[in-house]
Design a protein around this ligand. Structure first.
Ligand code: SF4
Length: 278
């Protein structure tokens, strides 16, 4: 099997069983560094001649190997798609399930069927109204409900698809991230959180803070960052203290208080009128 000069020194042997041994030889082929020629030989019971079972080139522990082969359908990674690329979705994609198929529609004579018809009529009426009035579907309207239930789409997200998306989002912008752990408060109380529609709104919203780390991304309600709208309220400018004036009146004091009043003591250094006559 090997060309002349490709088989090197004997490097070891392994006993495979009774009278069966594999001998290993160094491979000198430059493109097969670390590979070894494995030659398995055996001897039948009571036979005197050893026979050759197999010779094959096998990788050793330090052999240079090609990466494991990945099917083309699994090679696409998030972010690989570019402008103009098309990504076909398999018919059996587990993330999706049929929208309104009509398969489980009730019998025409049942009450539920009449209700479905009425609902369909209302949806048609709303559709007609919306086409004349260029406006997005109003929240809470029948058309919005029909859209949410998947009655306007061929396929909708399956339960598995919802869970997979929720896990993915929670991993990137969830409560366990270092940013959320250090945040002063969580997104659920932040003014920049835009709520989602549907069942995912119970746990997620969209951040609309252009200075935040998750602007435009779906964030868990338990995520948070330092850009929380109520995290650092700006201090109000200090209010100057009012003047300490307790009166605006002028108090009048008599120059010579009455001697008999006794309430005001006599001025100690006031000159006595009697001194000049004695
Ligand atoms: S600014 Fe921060 S706390 Fe507010 S919604 Fe965005 S990520 Fe959440």
């Amino acid at each position: 099997m090997a060309a002349p000069g490709e088989v090197g020194e004997h490097v070891g042997l392994v006993s495979e069983g009774d009278r069966v041994v594999t001998h290993y030889f160094e491979c000198k082929e430059p493109g097969y560094k670390g590979w070894r020629w494995a030659v398995t030989v055996a001897r039948a019971s009571r036979a005197k001649i050893v026979t050759l079972d197999e010779a094959v080139l096998l990788p050793g522990t330090d052999a240079l190997l090609a990466p494991e082969w990945v099917p083309w359908s699994e090679r696409l990674r998030p972010g690989d798609m570019g402008p103009g690329d098309l990504l076909p979705t398999e018919a059996e994609d587990l993330r999706l399930e049929p929208g309104y198929s009509g398969e489980d529609e009730p019998l025409p004579s049942s009450v539920a069927s009449e209700m479905s018809e009425e609902m369909a009529d209302l949806v048609d009426a709303e559709d007609a109204e919306l086409t004349t009035r260029p406006e997005t579907t109003r929240r809470g309207s029948i058309a919005a409900l029909a859209e949410e239930l998947g009655m306007r789409r061929a396929r909708v997200l399956s339960r598995y698809g919802l869970h997979a998306a929720a896990d993915r989002w929670d991993e990137t912008f969830g409560a366990k991230t270092p940013m959320a752990q250090a945040a002063p408060a969580s997104c659920v109380t932040c003014a920049f959180l835009v709520p989602l529609a549907g069942s995912l709104r119970q746990a997620f919203g969209v951040c609309a803070n252009e200075f935040g780390p998750a602007d435009g991304h779906v964030v868990s309600l338990s995520y948070g960052c330092g850009g929380h709208s109520e995290a650092a309220v700006m201090p109000k400018p200090p209010k100057p203290a009012p003047h300490a004036l307790d009166t605006m009146q002028v108090d009048e004091y008599p120059l010579r208080p009455a001697r008999d009043s006794g309430s005001v003591p006599a001025e100690p250094d006031a000159p006595s009128e009697d001194l000049g006559h004695s």
